[in-house]
Design a protein around this ligand. Structure first.
Ligand code: SF4
Length: 440
């Protein structure tokens, strides 16, 4: 029986995809995926440092693993990802969790097999964290969670230095993959049945700036749009300051690009946007939304919003609510601000009282949810194309999938994962739609 591994991933889709690469490397070494921590021989925790609660759940998990390791001394525990790029975290792991076997960072993920072989022979804590990014390593094995829907990283790192964000310090400066490597990867996937790809990067619309032969994200979209058998293209995340006219035009011209964009706004107050170093204004953001809706009137728009950034007044918060009502988002990720060690905003004064933060957060959530519900109601009675992703998480007898506008639809059907089926929407809920498949 082969030895088992289990990877726990915290954070964003970039991390999810890194874990798919770790899984690919482990399977190449002969391991197979386990089901529980208790029955696994190798455990990897792939961490995120963007939010405080991801930090806390990582340390909570490590605490649990301490006892597991006592009863299972051959267990190998590895910790990696963004948190490990922060020296104070590595020190904490070394001091408080000495039972960890391997610590590595975001820049040398490709070295994991070598680190594992060494660790299995010497059984000593080994720390391998590169401070700086190296060359992009291509052709790592990947074990994808879904065959029909694939993550493709097109660039790494970020140059924007938003004052609340740790990512430029943990993921390094912006580097773009060569277009030919991206096209080759997607072409192979499409030939093997992948219908949808999600292009990933911290700021995909600044893609190409580090390439020898300069090209931009719009050029890349036009090329991917030509790939045979591929049906849908999504991308994440976009920065409003880099959403060019050319890119908006490409958005309308490439028929495989889904009609959904995730465009993080973070705040509706120009004063707070400046403190966040976001490099755009509320007015500019609203103009972008107008232009996007001119090229695609049905486009769905989602966003990220931070509540309670240092110095946020009632007036600033009212500007955010005003922006939300003007844009009418289809969905949003909302966050209570928490300072991240090593970021400029960590030193900002004028911290917002927790009760005030929570009150504003709840008010924002209610506004957003009411709008989402109203927008979802417009789908009732409509026909939509749904790419089936698998069984519904809420009802095993149903399938679930997404529309090109990224709405989650649950419905009964005999079709299989990976098919795109027409579905009539029968009921709108706040976070999903119910429907019935129209089958021949
Ligand atoms: S754009 Fe800003 S929020 Fe996004 S990863 Fe870069 S620094 Fe962080």
């Amino acid at each position: 029986m082969s030895k088992k591994y289990l990877i726990t991933t915290f954070g964003c889709q970039m991390n999810e995809h890194d874990s798919e690469k770790l899984a690919g490397m482990l399977e190449n070494m002969g391991y197979s995926e386990g089901e529980t921590l208790e029955t696994s021989d190798i455990i990897v925790l792939n961490t995120c440092s963007v939010r405080e609660n991801a930090d806390l759940s990582f340390f909570g998990k490590l605490g649990y693993l301490k006892n597991l390791k006592k009863n299972h001394p051959d267990l190998t525990i590895s910790v990696c990802g963004c948190m490990m790029q922060q020296p104070h975290i590595v020190e904490t792991v070394k001091k408080k969790y000495p039972f960890v076997d391997i610590v590595f960072g975001t820049h040398n993920l490709h070295e994991f097999p070598q680190m594992l072989i060494e660790s299995l022979s010497n059984r000593e804590l080994s720390v391998h964290v590169w401070n700086e990014e190296g060359d992009i390593v291509e052709d790592l094995p990947v074990k994808r969670k879904l065959e029909t829907k694939a993550f493709i990283t097109i660039m790494y790192g970020c140059n924007n230095f938003c004052t609340y964000c740790i990512v430029p310090f943990t993921r390094g400066r912006e580097r773009s993959r060569k277009p030919e490597d991206i096209i080759r990867e997607i072409t192979e996937l499409a030939q093997n049945g992948t219908k949808e790809i999600m292009l990933l990067g911290q700021n995909v619309n600044s893609y190409g700036k580090t390439l020898e032969n300069r090209m931009d994200f719009a050029d890349l979209l036009y090329q991917i749009n030509e790939i045979k058998y591929l049906e849908r293209i999504r991308f994440m995340t976009s920065h409003p300051k880099d959403l060019s006219e050319k890119l908006i035009k490409a958005f309308g011209a490439c028929e495989k690009v889904c009609n959904h964009i995730h465009l993080p706004v973070q705040s509706g107050s120009n004063r707070i946007l400046k403190l966040m170093n976001r490099q755009y204004t509320k007015e500019h953001y609203l103009q972008l939304i107008e232009k996007l809706r001119m090229v695609d009137k049905n486009i769905a728009i989602s966003t990220d919003i931070i509540v309670g950034f240092p110095g946020e007044t009632e007036e600033d918060f009212a500007e955010t609510l005003d922006l939300v009502k003007k844009v009418r988002y289809d969905s949003a990720f909302t966050f209570l601000y928490s300072p991240r060690k090593g970021t400029p905003a960590e030193k900002y004064e004028d911290i917002i009282d927790e009760d005030i933060k929570h009150k504003r957060f709840n008010q924002l959530l209610k506004t957003l949810n009411d709008i989402t519900q109203e927008k979802n109601l417009l789908y009732e009675g409509e026909m939509v194309d749904v790419l089936i992703e698998g069984k519904s998480k809420t009802d095993e007898t149903k399938l679930s999938g997404r529309t090109t506008t990224n709405k989650l639809v649950n419905f009964k059907s005999n079709s299989k994962e990976g098919k795109i089926v027409p579905v009539r929407i029968t009921k709108a809920r706040t976070f999903s739609l119910e429907g019935e498949a129209i089958e021949n």
